[in-house]
Design a protein around this ligand. Sequence first.
Ligand code: XIL
Length: 495
Amino acid sequence: MMRTTPAQLHQNGWRRQAAALVAVTGLVLTMLVALANPAQAASTLGASAAEKGRYFGTAIAAGRMSDSTYIGIANREFNMITAENEMKWDATEPSQNSFSYSRGDQIVNWARNNGKQVRGHALLWHAQMPGWAQNLSGSALRNAAINHVTKVATYYRGKVHSWDVVNEAFADGGSGGRRDSSLQRTGNDWIEAAFRAARAADPGAKLCYNDYNTDGINAKSTGIYNMVRDFKARGVPIDCVGLQSHLGTSIASDYQANIQRFADLGVDVQITELDVQQGSNQANIYQTVTRACLAVARCTGITVWGVRDTDSWRSDNPLLFDGSGNKKAAYTSVLNALNAGSGGGGDGGSTSIDTGAWYVLVNRNSGKALDVYNLATNDGARITQWSRNNGNQQQWQFTSSGDGYYEIRSRLSGKNLDVSGRSTADGGAIVQWTDNNGANQQWRATITNGYATLISRHSGKALEVQGASTADGANIVQYTSWNGANQQWQLVRVG
Ligand code: XIL
């Protein structure tokens, strides 16, 4: 546990352990026993996540802290704490420039006294604004908002691991644009102004953008992705993206690919408000989320939005403990996934090619698999991407043709990946064709960080998903190599 835990968790773990030890008699003996036992599969969510270099957190409500079952579970299982409501604008600045930190402090102090870290939630949000701020607009609102960010982040400086600087600023639906709000109407740059003010106030906190319905690759998450990319390009301080992950009875098939694409921008990703509708799929979905986070090195932690089902803001029993505080199947699936996960993140992609093996080629940008469209077995059938199902039409074998080049053969049809009509043009179609030893059927594979780039021997162009599409059925073409995520393929061995 101590080996892989980040420095601060490490320190906090010691503080917690030390506090527990002085509380018992036989101090020296206990300490010797504790030190002699190396970490086994951990028995709590926080300890297991820490072994993987992550945290596992929950939201806490100040009003429930006197419930001993509630606070007992919170203390035992979690090592990151979010105030469910107590650090929002209406709670911390009930009248303009008059701040009230008592309920936030109750949570922050409890967390820190018990060796836990704190996610600050949330500095600016169109909801739960105090009445006085709801009555402002334009520059008066902008100034009040920036003052709020500065004052609250300064007050909590040094105590917050990550701040949700801006919450839920993007619109639902297909626009990919900003949500209309009084904050948005102060000018499109309100988000970056908030991030700059937060950085100045607390340079040690990670600064996050947090939102919901962003769990798969969709218009809303892509809008946020584009904003983060722009912030990184222009030096606007942003360190992390929070995916709230308030989920129903299914989960986007590209959940992990979505986390990965944010991580690839050079920010951390955190699952910030996870809860999942009760039903036959609940434990599975929790497991999928946990595995996805562990599979991406920059996914640094998961927070569930409450302790027991009866504590939830939702009425569909979406949490890990039932109303009596018993562990649910969902709890066990999360703990098992944490204990089974890899420590360094790891992406599961092969780092070299085994010519006897069968691989599914998963596109880095879309998370979808290279696929012979519609199970075709004829020459000239087009190659597309499709949600991964590991079918024979998604399995490929590499055969060496010398000089570092390979033929790539479909398990379904026995035919090779082929640049149609020996094209040398950008956008030239990729089809399957009977093996003819042509240079347009030979591909040079270069694997970097678990992702392969495949370059045609004939044209020198790279195999890619056309237009960086994320849709099922999108065409595979060749295009000038530019190292785009849509030109990178994870080789997942399946046979
Ligand atoms: C919710 C709290 O859980 C409720 O107690 C409160 O009444 C409303 O807010 N997205 C967020 C959280 O970012 O702050 C919200 O929390 C849930 C949705």
